[in-house]
Write a protein that binds this ligand. Structure first.
Ligand SMILES: Cc1ncc(COP(=O)(O)O)c(C=O)c1O
Length: 463
Protein backbone atom coordinates (compact mmCIF):
# COMPACT_ATOMS: atom_id res chain seq x y z
CA UNK A 1 0.00 0.00 0.00
CA UNK A 2 1.19 3.56 -0.47
CA UNK A 3 0.78 4.57 3.18
CA UNK A 4 -1.79 7.30 2.58
CA UNK A 5 -3.87 5.95 5.44
CA UNK A 6 -2.41 5.34 8.89
CA UNK A 7 -4.05 3.07 11.48
CA UNK A 8 -6.13 5.90 12.94
CA UNK A 9 -7.41 7.09 9.60
CA UNK A 10 -8.44 3.56 8.73
CA UNK A 11 -10.32 2.97 11.96
CA UNK A 12 -12.19 6.22 11.28
CA UNK A 13 -13.05 4.95 7.81
CA UNK A 14 -14.23 1.64 9.18
CA UNK A 15 -16.45 3.39 11.70
CA UNK A 16 -17.87 5.74 9.05
CA UNK A 17 -18.57 2.74 6.87
CA UNK A 18 -20.20 0.80 9.68
CA UNK A 19 -22.34 3.79 10.60
CA UNK A 20 -23.45 4.87 7.14
CA UNK A 21 -22.78 2.45 4.32
CA UNK A 22 -25.47 0.11 3.10
CA UNK A 23 -23.31 -2.54 1.42
CA UNK A 24 -24.56 -4.29 -1.70
CA UNK A 25 -25.76 -7.89 -1.44
CA UNK A 26 -24.98 -7.93 2.28
CA UNK A 27 -26.67 -8.93 5.51
CA UNK A 28 -25.50 -6.25 7.96
CA UNK A 29 -26.11 -7.89 11.31
CA UNK A 30 -22.58 -9.40 11.42
CA UNK A 31 -21.07 -5.91 11.09
CA UNK A 32 -22.29 -5.17 14.60
CA UNK A 33 -19.57 -7.45 15.88
CA UNK A 34 -17.04 -7.70 13.04
CA UNK A 35 -15.56 -4.98 10.84
CA UNK A 36 -16.86 -4.50 7.32
CA UNK A 37 -14.16 -5.17 4.76
CA UNK A 38 -12.73 -2.06 3.12
CA UNK A 39 -10.63 -2.54 0.01
CA UNK A 40 -8.02 0.19 0.03
CA UNK A 41 -5.77 -0.40 -2.93
CA UNK A 42 -5.24 -2.61 -5.95
CA UNK A 43 -2.38 -3.43 -8.30
CA UNK A 44 -2.41 -6.00 -11.08
CA UNK A 45 -4.21 -9.08 -9.73
CA UNK A 46 -3.97 -8.03 -6.09
CA UNK A 47 -5.93 -5.92 -3.64
CA UNK A 48 -5.17 -4.86 -0.06
CA UNK A 49 -7.72 -4.41 2.69
CA UNK A 50 -7.82 -2.01 5.65
CA UNK A 51 -5.49 -4.20 7.67
CA UNK A 52 -2.94 -4.18 4.88
CA UNK A 53 -3.68 -7.85 4.12
CA UNK A 54 -2.89 -8.81 0.54
CA UNK A 55 -5.39 -10.80 -1.51
CA UNK A 56 -5.12 -12.39 -4.92
CA UNK A 57 -8.38 -11.45 -6.62
CA UNK A 58 -9.77 -14.39 -8.60
CA UNK A 59 -13.06 -12.62 -9.33
CA UNK A 60 -11.95 -9.30 -10.89
CA UNK A 61 -13.42 -6.96 -8.32
CA UNK A 62 -15.98 -9.42 -6.97
CA UNK A 63 -18.28 -9.40 -9.99
CA UNK A 64 -16.30 -10.12 -13.18
CA UNK A 65 -15.38 -6.51 -13.84
CA UNK A 66 -11.70 -5.50 -13.62
CA UNK A 67 -10.67 -7.31 -16.80
CA UNK A 68 -7.32 -5.54 -17.28
CA UNK A 69 -6.37 -5.61 -13.59
CA UNK A 70 -5.88 -2.85 -11.03
CA UNK A 71 -3.68 0.25 -11.03
CA UNK A 72 -3.62 1.03 -14.75
CA UNK A 73 -2.20 4.53 -14.80
CA UNK A 74 -2.73 4.99 -18.51
CA UNK A 75 -6.48 4.57 -18.07
CA UNK A 76 -6.48 6.98 -15.13
CA UNK A 77 -4.47 9.50 -17.15
CA UNK A 78 -6.75 9.23 -20.18
CA UNK A 79 -9.80 9.78 -17.96
CA UNK A 80 -8.14 12.73 -16.22
CA UNK A 81 -7.17 14.37 -19.51
CA UNK A 82 -10.67 13.91 -20.88
CA UNK A 83 -12.35 15.28 -17.74
CA UNK A 84 -10.25 18.41 -17.87
CA UNK A 85 -11.17 18.91 -21.53
CA UNK A 86 -14.87 18.03 -21.29
CA UNK A 87 -16.43 15.98 -18.52
CA UNK A 88 -19.98 15.87 -19.72
CA UNK A 89 -22.59 16.80 -22.20
CA UNK A 90 -25.96 15.09 -22.65
CA UNK A 91 -25.96 12.20 -25.12
CA UNK A 92 -28.23 14.07 -27.52
CA UNK A 93 -24.88 15.53 -28.65
CA UNK A 94 -21.78 13.50 -29.44
CA UNK A 95 -18.37 13.51 -27.78
CA UNK A 96 -14.88 12.75 -29.06
CA UNK A 97 -14.26 9.65 -26.89
CA UNK A 98 -17.86 8.50 -27.44
CA UNK A 99 -17.47 8.50 -31.21
CA UNK A 100 -13.94 7.07 -31.16
CA UNK A 101 -14.80 4.23 -28.81
CA UNK A 102 -17.96 3.39 -30.79
CA UNK A 103 -15.86 3.09 -33.95
CA UNK A 104 -13.30 0.80 -32.28
CA UNK A 105 -16.03 -1.30 -30.68
CA UNK A 106 -17.99 -1.77 -33.89
CA UNK A 107 -14.80 -3.01 -35.61
CA UNK A 108 -14.93 -5.92 -33.15
CA UNK A 109 -18.61 -6.67 -33.80
CA UNK A 110 -19.19 -7.39 -37.50
CA UNK A 111 -22.86 -7.04 -38.44
CA UNK A 112 -23.58 -4.48 -35.71
CA UNK A 113 -23.34 -0.76 -36.20
CA UNK A 114 -24.90 1.49 -33.50
CA UNK A 115 -23.86 2.18 -29.92
CA UNK A 116 -26.25 3.57 -27.29
CA UNK A 117 -24.42 4.68 -24.12
CA UNK A 118 -25.74 4.33 -20.58
CA UNK A 119 -24.41 3.42 -17.13
CA UNK A 120 -25.11 -0.10 -16.02
CA UNK A 121 -25.87 -3.54 -17.35
CA UNK A 122 -29.41 -3.35 -15.97
CA UNK A 123 -29.98 -0.07 -17.73
CA UNK A 124 -28.60 -1.30 -21.05
CA UNK A 125 -30.94 -4.30 -20.88
CA UNK A 126 -33.88 -2.04 -20.04
CA UNK A 127 -33.11 0.01 -23.14
CA UNK A 128 -33.22 -3.14 -25.26
CA UNK A 129 -36.59 -4.13 -23.72
CA UNK A 130 -37.91 -0.65 -24.44
CA UNK A 131 -36.81 -0.94 -28.04
CA UNK A 132 -38.65 -4.25 -28.44
CA UNK A 133 -41.80 -2.64 -27.06
CA UNK A 134 -41.54 0.47 -29.18
CA UNK A 135 -41.01 -1.60 -32.32
CA UNK A 136 -44.09 -3.62 -31.35
CA UNK A 137 -46.14 -0.44 -31.10
CA UNK A 138 -44.82 1.00 -34.34
CA UNK A 139 -45.18 -2.13 -36.44
CA UNK A 140 -47.49 -4.62 -34.78
CA UNK A 141 -50.15 -2.60 -32.98
CA UNK A 142 -48.35 -3.21 -29.67
CA UNK A 143 -48.89 -6.97 -29.91
CA UNK A 144 -45.40 -8.36 -30.58
CA UNK A 145 -43.99 -6.95 -27.36
CA UNK A 146 -43.11 -9.95 -25.19
CA UNK A 147 -39.52 -10.69 -24.24
CA UNK A 148 -38.43 -14.25 -23.56
CA UNK A 149 -35.73 -14.88 -20.99
CA UNK A 150 -34.17 -18.07 -19.67
CA UNK A 151 -34.33 -19.84 -16.36
CA UNK A 152 -31.01 -19.26 -14.42
CA UNK A 153 -30.05 -16.15 -16.43
CA UNK A 154 -29.80 -12.71 -14.83
CA UNK A 155 -30.17 -9.39 -16.59
CA UNK A 156 -30.07 -6.85 -13.81
CA UNK A 157 -31.53 -5.44 -10.69
CA UNK A 158 -34.25 -2.99 -11.72
CA UNK A 159 -37.83 -4.24 -11.59
CA UNK A 160 -38.13 -4.88 -15.33
CA UNK A 161 -34.66 -6.41 -15.53
CA UNK A 162 -35.68 -8.67 -12.64
CA UNK A 163 -38.88 -9.43 -14.56
CA UNK A 164 -36.52 -10.96 -17.12
CA UNK A 165 -34.65 -12.71 -14.33
CA UNK A 166 -34.47 -16.48 -14.27
CA UNK A 167 -33.23 -16.74 -10.69
CA UNK A 168 -36.12 -17.23 -8.30
CA UNK A 169 -34.24 -16.56 -5.10
CA UNK A 170 -32.89 -13.26 -6.43
CA UNK A 171 -36.40 -12.23 -7.46
CA UNK A 172 -38.12 -13.31 -4.22
CA UNK A 173 -39.96 -10.48 -2.40
CA UNK A 174 -39.51 -7.98 -5.26
CA UNK A 175 -42.71 -8.69 -7.18
CA UNK A 176 -45.10 -7.88 -8.65
CA UNK A 177 -43.10 -7.87 -11.84
CA UNK A 178 -43.53 -6.12 -15.15
CA UNK A 179 -45.88 -7.99 -17.50
CA UNK A 180 -44.71 -9.20 -20.89
CA UNK A 181 -41.68 -11.26 -19.81
CA UNK A 182 -41.88 -15.02 -20.37
CA UNK A 183 -39.50 -17.69 -19.14
CA UNK A 184 -37.91 -20.46 -21.21
CA UNK A 185 -36.07 -23.49 -19.75
CA UNK A 186 -32.35 -23.45 -18.92
CA UNK A 187 -29.73 -25.29 -20.99
CA UNK A 188 -27.48 -26.70 -18.26
CA UNK A 189 -26.81 -30.22 -19.51
CA UNK A 190 -25.40 -31.32 -16.15
CA UNK A 191 -28.89 -30.84 -14.72
CA UNK A 192 -30.82 -32.04 -17.78
CA UNK A 193 -32.01 -35.04 -15.75
CA UNK A 194 -34.17 -32.63 -13.74
CA UNK A 195 -35.94 -31.43 -16.90
CA UNK A 196 -38.92 -33.44 -18.02
CA UNK A 197 -38.42 -35.05 -21.41
CA UNK A 198 -34.75 -34.07 -21.79
CA UNK A 199 -32.95 -36.58 -24.03
CA UNK A 200 -29.52 -38.18 -23.48
CA UNK A 201 -28.47 -37.24 -27.02
CA UNK A 202 -28.68 -33.88 -28.79
CA UNK A 203 -29.56 -32.09 -25.59
CA UNK A 204 -28.58 -28.69 -27.06
CA UNK A 205 -31.10 -28.91 -29.87
CA UNK A 206 -33.76 -30.13 -27.45
CA UNK A 207 -33.06 -27.23 -25.05
CA UNK A 208 -33.39 -24.73 -27.92
CA UNK A 209 -36.56 -26.45 -29.11
CA UNK A 210 -38.07 -25.70 -25.70
CA UNK A 211 -37.81 -22.03 -26.62
CA UNK A 212 -39.82 -22.68 -29.75
CA UNK A 213 -42.44 -24.48 -27.67
CA UNK A 214 -42.84 -21.40 -25.49
CA UNK A 215 -43.09 -19.16 -28.55
CA UNK A 216 -45.83 -21.33 -30.02
CA UNK A 217 -47.71 -21.42 -26.71
CA UNK A 218 -47.54 -17.63 -26.35
CA UNK A 219 -48.22 -17.00 -30.05
CA UNK A 220 -45.32 -15.96 -32.29
CA UNK A 221 -47.13 -12.71 -33.09
CA UNK A 222 -46.79 -11.69 -29.42
CA UNK A 223 -43.05 -12.38 -29.01
CA UNK A 224 -40.68 -9.56 -30.01
CA UNK A 225 -37.38 -10.43 -28.35
CA UNK A 226 -35.30 -13.24 -26.87
CA UNK A 227 -32.72 -12.19 -24.27
CA UNK A 228 -29.97 -14.66 -23.35
CA UNK A 229 -26.56 -14.66 -21.70
CA UNK A 230 -23.96 -16.28 -24.01
CA UNK A 231 -22.49 -18.10 -21.01
CA UNK A 232 -24.73 -17.78 -17.97
CA UNK A 233 -22.84 -16.16 -15.10
CA UNK A 234 -24.48 -15.89 -11.68
CA UNK A 235 -26.90 -18.72 -12.51
CA UNK A 236 -24.03 -21.22 -12.35
CA UNK A 237 -21.44 -20.51 -15.10
CA UNK A 238 -23.36 -22.39 -17.77
CA UNK A 239 -21.66 -23.01 -21.10
CA UNK A 240 -24.28 -23.75 -23.73
CA UNK A 241 -24.50 -27.31 -25.05
CA UNK A 242 -23.53 -28.22 -28.62
CA UNK A 243 -26.14 -27.40 -31.22
CA UNK A 244 -27.93 -24.92 -28.98
CA UNK A 245 -27.07 -21.60 -30.57
CA UNK A 246 -27.53 -22.65 -34.18
CA UNK A 247 -31.06 -23.72 -33.37
CA UNK A 248 -31.75 -20.57 -31.30
CA UNK A 249 -30.73 -18.42 -34.24
CA UNK A 250 -32.92 -20.44 -36.59
CA UNK A 251 -35.91 -20.03 -34.27
CA UNK A 252 -35.42 -16.27 -34.02
CA UNK A 253 -35.34 -15.97 -37.81
CA UNK A 254 -38.34 -18.22 -38.24
CA UNK A 255 -40.57 -16.15 -35.95
CA UNK A 256 -39.07 -12.71 -36.60
CA UNK A 257 -37.81 -12.36 -33.04
CA UNK A 258 -34.95 -10.02 -32.16
CA UNK A 259 -32.01 -11.85 -30.61
CA UNK A 260 -30.63 -9.86 -27.69
CA UNK A 261 -27.39 -11.20 -26.20
CA UNK A 262 -26.52 -9.97 -22.71
CA UNK A 263 -22.73 -9.68 -22.72
CA UNK A 264 -22.57 -7.75 -19.45
CA UNK A 265 -20.21 -10.38 -18.03
CA UNK A 266 -18.75 -12.05 -21.14
CA UNK A 267 -18.23 -8.86 -23.13
CA UNK A 268 -14.78 -7.44 -23.89
CA UNK A 269 -12.58 -10.44 -23.53
CA UNK A 270 -13.74 -12.50 -20.55
CA UNK A 271 -14.14 -15.73 -22.55
CA UNK A 272 -11.14 -15.24 -24.86
CA UNK A 273 -13.04 -13.63 -27.74
CA UNK A 274 -14.17 -10.01 -27.75
CA UNK A 275 -17.71 -11.21 -27.11
CA UNK A 276 -19.05 -14.51 -25.84
CA UNK A 277 -21.51 -14.93 -28.72
CA UNK A 278 -18.58 -14.93 -31.15
CA UNK A 279 -17.69 -18.49 -30.09
CA UNK A 280 -20.96 -19.74 -31.50
CA UNK A 281 -21.21 -18.22 -34.97
CA UNK A 282 -24.45 -16.38 -34.27
CA UNK A 283 -25.50 -12.92 -35.34
CA UNK A 284 -27.46 -11.04 -32.67
CA UNK A 285 -29.64 -8.00 -33.33
CA UNK A 286 -28.84 -6.37 -29.99
CA UNK A 287 -25.90 -6.79 -27.62
CA UNK A 288 -25.63 -5.27 -24.15
CA UNK A 289 -22.36 -4.89 -22.23
CA UNK A 290 -21.08 -3.16 -19.12
CA UNK A 291 -18.62 -4.61 -16.59
CA UNK A 292 -15.48 -5.21 -18.62
CA UNK A 293 -16.05 -2.37 -21.09
CA UNK A 294 -13.84 -0.07 -19.02
CA UNK A 295 -12.80 -2.64 -16.39
CA UNK A 296 -14.48 -0.56 -13.68
CA UNK A 297 -12.22 2.48 -14.19
CA UNK A 298 -15.35 4.46 -15.07
CA UNK A 299 -19.03 3.58 -15.25
CA UNK A 300 -20.09 2.75 -18.78
CA UNK A 301 -22.56 0.42 -20.44
CA UNK A 302 -23.56 0.07 -24.06
CA UNK A 303 -26.45 -1.29 -26.03
CA UNK A 304 -25.19 -2.12 -29.52
CA UNK A 305 -27.65 -2.85 -32.32
CA UNK A 306 -27.56 -3.67 -35.98
CA UNK A 307 -28.68 -1.19 -38.62
CA UNK A 308 -31.98 -3.04 -39.10
CA UNK A 309 -33.03 -2.20 -35.54
CA UNK A 310 -31.68 1.35 -35.80
CA UNK A 311 -33.54 1.97 -39.04
CA UNK A 312 -36.86 1.05 -37.44
CA UNK A 313 -36.54 4.19 -35.32
CA UNK A 314 -36.07 6.60 -38.20
CA UNK A 315 -38.11 5.14 -41.03
CA UNK A 316 -40.91 7.71 -40.78
CA UNK A 317 -39.53 11.18 -40.08
CA UNK A 318 -43.01 12.72 -40.30
CA UNK A 319 -44.05 10.86 -37.13
CA UNK A 320 -43.00 12.95 -34.09
CA UNK A 321 -42.81 9.83 -31.91
CA UNK A 322 -40.67 7.88 -34.37
CA UNK A 323 -37.32 7.84 -32.60
CA UNK A 324 -35.99 6.20 -29.46
CA UNK A 325 -37.29 8.66 -26.90
CA UNK A 326 -34.90 7.68 -24.17
CA UNK A 327 -32.05 9.33 -22.32
CA UNK A 328 -29.52 8.26 -19.75
CA UNK A 329 -28.15 11.39 -18.09
CA UNK A 330 -24.84 9.85 -17.17
CA UNK A 331 -24.66 8.11 -20.54
CA UNK A 332 -23.22 11.48 -21.55
CA UNK A 333 -20.24 11.23 -19.18
CA UNK A 334 -17.06 11.17 -21.22
CA UNK A 335 -14.99 9.33 -18.62
CA UNK A 336 -16.62 6.02 -19.64
CA UNK A 337 -15.64 5.95 -23.31
CA UNK A 338 -12.25 7.56 -22.54
CA UNK A 339 -11.50 4.70 -20.13
CA UNK A 340 -13.00 2.13 -22.51
CA UNK A 341 -10.70 3.24 -25.34
CA UNK A 342 -7.60 2.65 -23.21
CA UNK A 343 -9.01 -0.60 -21.88
CA UNK A 344 -9.46 -1.87 -25.44
CA UNK A 345 -5.94 -0.81 -26.43
CA UNK A 346 -4.47 -2.60 -23.41
CA UNK A 347 -6.27 -5.82 -24.34
CA UNK A 348 -4.93 -5.56 -27.89
CA UNK A 349 -1.39 -4.48 -27.10
CA UNK A 350 -0.87 -7.05 -24.35
CA UNK A 351 -2.51 -9.89 -26.28
CA UNK A 352 -4.99 -10.48 -23.47
CA UNK A 353 -7.51 -12.41 -25.56
CA UNK A 354 -4.86 -15.04 -26.29
CA UNK A 355 -3.76 -15.01 -22.68
CA UNK A 356 -7.36 -15.56 -21.60
CA UNK A 357 -7.74 -18.55 -23.90
CA UNK A 358 -4.42 -20.03 -22.83
CA UNK A 359 -4.72 -19.44 -19.09
CA UNK A 360 -8.41 -20.33 -19.17
CA UNK A 361 -7.57 -23.75 -20.63
CA UNK A 362 -4.84 -24.18 -18.03
CA UNK A 363 -7.22 -23.26 -15.22
CA UNK A 364 -9.90 -25.62 -16.50
CA UNK A 365 -7.24 -28.36 -16.40
CA UNK A 366 -6.20 -27.43 -12.87
CA UNK A 367 -9.81 -27.47 -11.71
CA UNK A 368 -10.19 -30.83 -13.47
CA UNK A 369 -7.21 -32.02 -11.42
CA UNK A 370 -8.98 -30.89 -8.25
CA UNK A 371 -12.03 -32.81 -9.39
CA UNK A 372 -9.94 -36.00 -9.51
CA UNK A 373 -8.92 -35.38 -5.93
CA UNK A 374 -12.15 -34.02 -4.39
CA UNK A 375 -15.30 -35.96 -5.15
CA UNK A 376 -17.36 -33.05 -3.87
CA UNK A 377 -16.74 -31.38 -7.25
CA UNK A 378 -19.44 -32.65 -9.60
CA UNK A 379 -18.49 -30.70 -12.69
CA UNK A 380 -16.10 -27.98 -13.79
CA UNK A 381 -17.11 -25.83 -16.75
CA UNK A 382 -16.57 -22.47 -18.38
CA UNK A 383 -14.87 -20.62 -21.20
CA UNK A 384 -11.72 -18.53 -21.10
CA UNK A 385 -11.16 -17.01 -17.68
CA UNK A 386 -14.77 -17.49 -16.71
CA UNK A 387 -15.05 -20.78 -14.85
CA UNK A 388 -17.20 -22.60 -12.34
CA UNK A 389 -17.00 -25.72 -10.19
CA UNK A 390 -20.33 -27.17 -9.13
CA UNK A 391 -20.22 -28.84 -5.72
CA UNK A 392 -22.44 -31.86 -5.10
CA UNK A 393 -22.95 -34.17 -2.14
CA UNK A 394 -23.06 -37.18 -4.38
CA UNK A 395 -21.85 -37.49 -7.96
CA UNK A 396 -24.58 -39.99 -8.87
CA UNK A 397 -27.59 -38.07 -7.57
CA UNK A 398 -25.91 -34.67 -8.21
CA UNK A 399 -27.52 -33.36 -5.04
CA UNK A 400 -26.14 -29.85 -4.49
CA UNK A 401 -24.04 -29.30 -1.37
CA UNK A 402 -25.54 -27.18 1.37
CA UNK A 403 -24.80 -23.62 0.30
CA UNK A 404 -23.27 -22.85 3.71
CA UNK A 405 -20.53 -25.33 2.88
CA UNK A 406 -19.91 -23.74 -0.50
CA UNK A 407 -19.66 -20.40 1.30
CA UNK A 408 -17.27 -21.92 3.81
CA UNK A 409 -14.93 -22.76 0.91
CA UNK A 410 -15.03 -19.12 -0.19
CA UNK A 411 -14.38 -17.97 3.40
CA UNK A 412 -11.46 -20.36 3.77
CA UNK A 413 -9.91 -19.05 0.54
CA UNK A 414 -10.40 -15.49 1.78
CA UNK A 415 -8.62 -16.46 4.97
CA UNK A 416 -5.74 -17.63 2.78
CA UNK A 417 -5.75 -14.32 0.92
CA UNK A 418 -7.46 -15.55 -2.25
CA UNK A 419 -10.82 -14.09 -3.26
CA UNK A 420 -13.10 -16.48 -5.11
CA UNK A 421 -16.88 -16.37 -5.62
CA UNK A 422 -19.91 -18.60 -5.29
CA UNK A 423 -23.36 -18.37 -6.83
CA UNK A 424 -25.24 -16.33 -4.31
CA UNK A 425 -28.96 -16.08 -3.47
CA UNK A 426 -29.60 -17.09 -7.02
CA UNK A 427 -31.53 -20.36 -7.25
CA UNK A 428 -33.30 -21.96 -4.31
CA UNK A 429 -31.19 -24.89 -3.11
CA UNK A 430 -28.72 -24.47 -5.96
CA UNK A 431 -26.23 -21.85 -4.80
CA UNK A 432 -23.50 -24.43 -5.07
CA UNK A 433 -21.16 -23.33 -7.86
CA UNK A 434 -17.77 -21.82 -7.05
CA UNK A 435 -16.98 -19.02 -9.51
CA UNK A 436 -13.64 -17.91 -10.88
CA UNK A 437 -12.99 -14.93 -13.11
CA UNK A 438 -9.45 -13.67 -12.61
CA UNK A 439 -8.33 -10.64 -14.61
CA UNK A 440 -7.32 -11.38 -18.20
CA UNK A 441 -3.69 -10.70 -17.22
CA UNK A 442 -3.60 -13.81 -14.98
CA UNK A 443 -0.41 -15.85 -15.20
CA UNK A 444 0.15 -19.57 -14.68
CA UNK A 445 1.51 -18.78 -11.21
CA UNK A 446 -1.63 -16.85 -10.31
CA UNK A 447 -3.77 -19.77 -11.41
CA UNK A 448 -1.67 -22.25 -9.46
CA UNK A 449 -2.02 -20.01 -6.43
CA UNK A 450 -5.83 -19.87 -6.82
CA UNK A 451 -6.18 -23.62 -7.36
CA UNK A 452 -3.88 -24.41 -4.40
CA UNK A 453 -6.08 -22.24 -2.18
CA UNK A 454 -9.23 -24.02 -3.39
CA UNK A 455 -7.55 -27.40 -2.89
CA UNK A 456 -6.73 -26.54 0.73
CA UNK A 457 -10.17 -25.09 1.37
CA UNK A 458 -11.96 -28.15 -0.03
CA UNK A 459 -9.81 -30.44 2.13
CA UNK A 460 -10.59 -28.43 5.25
CA UNK A 461 -14.32 -28.00 4.61
CA UNK A 462 -15.11 -31.47 3.25
CA UNK A 463 -12.19 -33.56 4.54
C1 LIG B 1 -25.41 -11.10 -17.15
C2 LIG B 1 -25.66 -9.83 -16.41
N1 LIG B 1 -26.48 -8.92 -16.95
C3 LIG B 1 -26.76 -7.75 -16.33
C4 LIG B 1 -26.21 -7.46 -15.10
C5 LIG B 1 -26.55 -6.18 -14.43
O1 LIG B 1 -25.50 -5.29 -14.51
P1 LIG B 1 -25.41 -4.04 -13.52
O2 LIG B 1 -25.15 -4.55 -12.15
O3 LIG B 1 -24.30 -3.22 -14.10
O4 LIG B 1 -26.72 -3.33 -13.60
C6 LIG B 1 -25.34 -8.38 -14.50
C7 LIG B 1 -24.73 -8.09 -13.19
O5 LIG B 1 -24.12 -8.93 -12.54
C8 LIG B 1 -25.09 -9.61 -15.15
O6 LIG B 1 -24.30 -10.56 -14.58
Amino acid sequence: MDGNFNENDISRVVEADRAHIWHHLSQHKPYETTDPRIIVEGKGMKVWDQKGKEHLDAVSGGVWTVNVGYGRERIANAVRDQLVKLNYFAGSAGSIPGAMFAERLIEKMPGLSRVYYCNSGSEANEKAFKMVRQIAHKRYGGKKHKVLYRERDYHGTTISALSAGGQDERNAQYGPFTPGFVRVPHCLEYRAFEQEGAPQENYGVWAADQIEKVILAEGPDTVGGLCLEPVTAGGGVITPPDGYWERVQEICHKYDILLHIDEVVCGVGRTGTWFGYQHYGIQPDMVTMAKGVASGYAAIACLVTNEKVFDMFKDDASDPLNYFRDISTFGGCTAGPAAALENLSIIEEEGLLDNTTEQGAYMLDCLGGLMDKHKIIGQVRGKGLFLGAELVEDRDTRKPVDERLAQAVVADCMQQGVIIGVTNRSLPGKNNTLCFSPALIASKDDIDHICDAVDGALSRVFG
